[in-house]
Design a protein around this ligand. Structure first.
Ligand SMILES: Nc1ncnc2c1ncn2[C@@H]1O[C@H](COP(=O)(O)OP(=O)(O)OP(=O)(O)O)[C@@H](O)[C@H]1O
Ligand code: SF4
Ligand SMILES: [Mg+2]
Length: 362
């Protein structure tokens, strides 16, 4: 490497030159990838997604400091599939979900939904496809307007998007309620009369009332009692099978992610550390951060032997992520190189990606 010199047997790193070299190489890869044809088999293709938020501006409005909440996230998702996104608080899970739905305008990268590049769609264009992309939030208490009845809440999107003729709306909603485990007499009741689990069923019914293709589930069971969580997860799985839905499932809870996901994306400080199928990630995790996350969860499978890594130290500020490998301040294997050189995120076995210098030495 041009920017690494050996002096008195010590490697001296030129951080600025290394960062520039990494950026240039990455940029070339991004430009190449963004020109590739869309995959017609996918409901959603996310390519090199980046989302920054301004932290400091001059009086003329020029951004002088920004926070990179999502830094180069890519994946593909097919109908009927679930992508789980995991990582500690603040790693960019919600921002990724919201940028996919364009509730945040992506700063760079591409969002391809159903064969269309929607990255630069304006609000009018988004209105047309909004019904195909829905979101279920963590808090079922604040996500339902209190003034309307359950029937009214569920009928409104069906009418607005003309899903069925007007005279069939009530029957359509009653069928949907049945599918979601809601009794028909709830039609006349108000959301505040229900428990968290029932309210989340109403939120799910509302999201699915417009026949979406993609649903972003942002911690949909984290606010619920443990006893209710399994029921809601099972309901989401059942509805996915029946409606061939694609899910992006965001969660802190690795056992939930393991149960529901087909593919998993592990994020740290905005960037992807590892991506692969559920089997890749749970049976053969490659990245020290993934291993550390999993070390905290008991593994009931005696055939899976995993080294335990204790995750210590605080998460650095995403506004000022560490140089080199952004996980180096907490990684037990970090070397001098890790502090200066950003590891390449690449495919190590088909479909299984990770970014770690240790993997380059194998
Ligand atoms: N609108 C915003 N303006 C500025 N910074 C933001 C904004 N939204 C999110 N962030 C920052 O972006 C980073 C990623 O936040 P995000 O909410 O996506 O994380 P998360 O992984 O969903 O966390 P959690 O697990 O706590 O929900 C955080 O540092 C957060 O403070
Ligand atoms: S690159 Fe270095 S610091 Fe980063 S995860 Fe790998 S060993 Fe740890
Ligand atoms: Mg979040």
């Amino acid at each position: 490497m041009a920017d690494e010199k050996v002096m008195d047997n010590t490697v001296v790193y030129d951080d600025e030159a290394l960062a520039a070299e990494y950026k240039a190489k990455r940029q070339m890869q991004i430009e190449e990838d963004l020109k590739k044809p869309f995959d017609p088999e996918c409901v959603l293709e996310v390519r090199h997604l980046r989302k920054t938020f301004p932290l400091k501006k001059t009086i003329t409005g020029k951004v002088t400091k920004e926070l990179v909440a999502v830094d180069d996230v890519s994946f593909k998702l097919h109908a009927g599939e679930t992508l789980g996104i995991v990582g500690e608080s603040g790693c960019g899970k919600t921002t990724t979900g919201r940028a996919i739905l364009k509730l945040h305008q992506p700063s760079a990268g591409q969002i391809i939904f159903n064969g269309q590049d929607i990255t630069n769609f304006n609000s009018k264009q988004m209105r047309e496809i909004r019904k195909e992309m829905q979101i279920i939030f963590q808090d079922p208490y604040s996500s339902l307007p209190p003034r309307d009845t359950v029937g009214g809440l569920l009928s409104e999107p069906v009418q607005v998007h003309k899903i069925v003729p007007k005279n069939q709306v009530k029957n359509y909603v009653l069928e949907l309620m049945d599918k979601c485990g809601l009794r028909d007499y709830y039609f006349e009741r108000y959301p505040h009369e229900f428990s968290g689990g029932q309210r989340q069923r109403i939120c799910i019914a509302r999201a699915l009332s417009v026949n979406p293709k993609l649903v972003i589930c942002d911690e949909p069971v984290s606010a619920l009692d443990v006893s209710i969580q399994a029921q809601i997860i099972n309901l989401l799985k059942k509805l996915q099978r029946e409606m061939n839905l694609a899910y992006v499932f965001i969660s802190h809870d690795l056992s939930v992610v393991k149960f529901i996901s087909d593919k998993i994306l592990v994020m740290y400080l905005g960037a992807v550390m590892e991506f692969g199928t559920k089997e890749d990630i749970f049976q053969n995790p490659m990245h020290p951060y993934t291993k550390a996350l999993f070390s905290a969860v008991p593994n009931p499978d005696p055939t899976v032997k995993m080294e335990r890594i204790k995750l210590e130290g605080d998460i650095p500020s995403p506004a000022n992520p560490p140089k080199g490998c952004r996980f180096h301040t907490r990684c037990p294997y970090a070397t001098e190189k890790c502090k200066h050189v950003t590891p390449e995120y690449r495919e190590h076995t088909p479909g299984h990606y990770a970014a770690c210098h240790l993997l380059e030495q194998e």
